[in-house]
Design a protein around this ligand. Structure first.
Ligand SMILES: Cc1cc2nc3c(=O)[nH]c(=O)nc-3n(C[C@H](O)[C@H](O)[C@H](O)COP(=O)(O)OP(=O)(O)OC[C@H]3O[C@@H](n4cnc5c(N)ncnc54)[C@H](O)[C@@H]3O)c2cc1C
Length: 462
């Protein structure tokens, strides 16, 4: 059987960065990416969920010098973002965080960015097998290797391979991660209870649309989000500007939510009295564009779908499971990185930056036989970001349309600085600001010292 030092499951940002770091540190490294067809790539490649927005300080979290990112990857430099509530909006022109990137952020070509990470991994000497999936992973905890447990990976072509260390980077769908980790969970417990509870399961849908020039100019340098327009936790539509006059218009919404589950459907702008069920993703997008721009434009002819992009005729649909992160069973020589470990934010679905960083850490540690430090090091590197996202997700979980208006009103009063622009220590903004700040601090305190981890390292059985 073929044998390698480090095997990586999944070739998204986490996997590609793990492969680059592992190979750069001298490990014999192989990465398996099942391979996904896309309109914007000739060959099979990683999944490249294309909704790519990057904030200024996320570049530092990725541990990249922004000047090394090739120009053709960046689509738009951003000056700010706009959050639109049912009747109140707030505009932010700074993230309020220290960052080396000089603008608010940028949107990027996700497939090109993923491909660049693959090039870097290949240049470092990693063996990238795109088009070969992993179908099973079994760990031998009592292996005779002096470096401890080993793993047998079964591949989609029927071959098997043995690896000393594995980095699981199969993304938020976790096709291999769940069963692989259940080898080490106590009887009666499954890692899926932590990573894939029903309330964490969302569907993301997006379309590429070409906008008239004067309309595109309204958001060409900003991200735009509509909160409180549709029901459900982390349910919101958005527009991200791309190249030329093309923007991605998308949303996330919970899987399995029914109209009967919605308190006061009439309060949501994207629901209609005649609805007998919740609208589909594409129907939500049509309604949003109609409401926002329908009085001046004929949406279908003036803002058409661009069919030669994305996954299928200008659209993309993804199941996504965003939740709080888990520790890895490092004693079994396994590291879980990126979306697979639950780093994609349940607040805003952002996760490219934390995937890159956790992948880099996992790859380096696996190559240097020091995986036991992984759970400490990822917390040092991304703990503050995870904490922020987890706390925000908690705060807004039960928000309805009026709550969003209230929060945006408070944020408008509070503008001006602090650790986060939205939650700054500006008591001059009045009692509501104090209330918001107190709720933020209380929840943050509740998750102190890594308390946001859902499945701690000590709970694994070896
Ligand atoms: C609609 C949407 C919008 C988003 N917007 C943003 C954004 O604007 N900014 C941001 O930072 N983040 C965003 N994210 C989150 C971001 O996409 C993820 O956090 C990030 O992709 C996680 O990277 P990853 O490498 O862990 O997983 P992925 O990118 O999901 O990569 C996993 C890879 O593993 C492969 N794979 C899976 N199973 C196997 C297997 N068995 N064998 C071999 N290969 C396998 C898949 O094909 C895939 O290529 C968004 C996500 C969604 C769904």
């Amino acid at each position: 059987m073929e044998r390698v030092d480090v095997a990586i499951v999944g070739g998204g940002p986490a996997g590609a960065c793990a492969a680059e770091r592992a190979a750069a540190h001298g490990a014999e490294t192989v990465l398996f990416e099942q391979g996904v067809p896309r309109e914007d790539r000739d060959e099979l490649g990683p999944d490249s969920t294309d909704a790519a927005g990057m904030l200024d300080y996320w570049v530092d979290i990725m541990d990249f010098d922004y000047r090394e990112i090739p120009d053709e990857i960046i689509l738009r430099e951003l000056e700010g973002t706009e959050f639109v509530g049912p009747s109140t909006s707030v505009e932010l022109t700074t993230t309020g965080m220290d960052a080396s990137y000089p603008k608010f952020g940028y949107t990027f070509h996700r497939a090109r960015m993923d491909d660049w990470l693959h090039e870097r991994a290949a240049d470092a000497g990693a063996d990238l097998r795109v088009g070969t999936g992993v179908t099973d992973l079994e760990t031998d905890l009592r292996a005779s290797s002096p470096k401890g447990p080993t793993h047998t990976l079964t591949l989609s072509n029927g071959d098997q391979l043995e690896a000393q260390y594995v980095v699981l980077a199969d993304g938020p769908q976790r096709r291999i991660t769940l069963d692989a980790l259940d080898q080490f969970t106590p009887p009666g417990r499954s890692i899926a209870d932590s990573l894939s509870p029903p309330e964490a399961n969302h569907i993301a849908y997006q379309e590429y649309r070409e906008f008239p020039e004067e309309l595109f100019a309204e958001f060409e340098d900003r991200l735009k989000f509509w909160w409180g327009y549709m029901p459900g936790e982390t349910a919101y539509p958005w527009i991200f500007p791309n190249d030329s006059r093309v923007a991605r218009v998308g949303l996330t919404m919970p899987i399995g939510m029914q109209l009967e589950d919605v308190d006061d459907p009439a309060s949501y702008k994207l629901l209609e009295p005649s609805d007998s069920q919740l609208p589909s993703g594409s129907e939500y997008i049509s309604r949003l564009l109609e409401q926002e721009y329908g009085d001046e434009y004929d949406v279908e002819s003036d803002i058409p779908r661009v069919e030669d992009r994305g996954k299928s005729k200008g659209t993309e649909t993804y199941p996504i499971s965003s939740t709080r992160p888990i520790d890895s069973p490092v004693g079994a020589n396994v590291a879980v990185a990126g979306g697979a470990m639950g780093t994609t934010s349940a607040f805003h679905e952002g996760g490219y930056h934390v995937a890159v960083r956790t992948g880099k850490i996992a790859g380096r540690l696996a190559a240097t036989d020091s995986l036991e430090h992984y759970n400490d090091l990822w917390k040092q590197a991304i703990g503050d970001e995870v904490l922020r996202n987890v706390v925000f997700a908690d705060i807004v979980r039960e928000y309805g349309p009026d709550d969003w208006d209230w929060a945006f009103g408070v944020a408008n009063d509070m503008q001006g600085g602090g650790d986060d622009e939205l939650i700054s220590n500006r008591f001059s903004a009045g009692l509501d600001a104090v209330k918001l700040l107190a709720s933020y601090r209380k929840r943050k305190f509740g998750y102190r010292d890594g308390g946001y981890v859902q499945f701690p390292e000590d709970d694994y059985l070896y």
